[in-house]
Design a protein around this ligand. Structure first.
Ligand SMILES: [Zn+2]
Length: 250
């Protein structure tokens, strides 16, 4: 119980930092300097204004100086990251939770930036790549071939789709999928791609049906890749085992 609570609190703190990344990276600002400040009046935030969740509730969601409303999304993202860290800790345990949490922290940032800007910044994909290579070499040295096959499969398939659809698939999606393939290995990468197209395609059709979007409007694909990655991390092995049994392949 103690470690679950610790994972939650640590997740809240990391979530607070992820908020900064999501706000600043697309604006081309540094994520370390200057210190956090109110975007409306520029007031530098002090320690008591930086406590995740509590500061927001204490200040009733407003800046202490200029009273400008602070978006609920900051609070939600902190809670979401706290919850995510608990889920990862319960599922993977110690010490795997360390690199899983790092991996998903980057993916949370990618999720929201792609949602807002339809953009997956290269530095984030690079951080994810370095982390993936390190984990594959240090933690899972026995599955390097499988990982490499996943990277080639994921990146190659998306590159092919980009060429065939004449730009329907962005460069960020291709690079992200290549790294996800490297992280998951080719089997789970296939499942991830299937889930992402299933969920992304369903939502696109639904929006088209509800006339919320025109056929030409692109739906950002990154968020679907991130959500599918989480599903594969949680239940990928079971789903693949079930599929192989069901189809008589094993
Ligand atoms: Zn302010």
């Amino acid at each position: 119980m103690f470690f679950t609570v610790a994972a939650f609190i640590f997740g809240l703190l990391v979530g607070s930092f992820l908020n900064v990344c999501i706000y600043r990276l697309p604006r081309g600002q540094s994520i370390v300097a200057p210190p956090s400040h109110c975007p409306a009046c520029g007031k530098t935030l002090t320690f008591i204004e930086l406590i995740p969740v509590i500061s927001f509730l204490w200040q009733r969601g407003r800046c202490r100086r200029c009273k400008t409303k602070i978006s609920w999304r900051y609070l939600c993202l902190e809670l979401l990251t706290g919850l995510l860290f608990v889920i990862l800790y319960r599922h993977f345990g110690w010490p795997d939770v360390l690199w899983q949490a790092a991996f998903y922290s980057v993916l949370v940032v990618i999720f929201f930036i792609d949602l807002d800007y339809r953009l997956i910044p290269n530095p984030l994909v690079l951080v994810l790549l370095l982390l993936t290579v390190a984990v594959q070499f240090i933690v899972r040295p026995n599955s390097l071939v499988e990982a490499l096959a996943g990277g080639v499969l994921g990146g190659g398939l998306f590159l092919l789709l980009a060429v065939l659809s004449k730009g329907g698939m962005g460069g960020g999606d291709i690079k992200l999928m290549a790294v996800l393939g490297l992280w998951f290995g080719w089997q789970q990468a296939l499942l991830l791609i299937f889930l992402a197209f299933l969920s992304g395609g369903s939502l696109a059709l639904l929006l088209l049906f509800l006339k919320k979007k025109k056929r030409k409007d692109a739906v950002p694909f990154g968020p679907f890749l991130v959500l599918s990655a989480l599903i594969v991390s949680m239940w990928g092995e079971q789903i693949i085992a079930w599929y192989l049994r069901f189809s008589g392949l094993s």
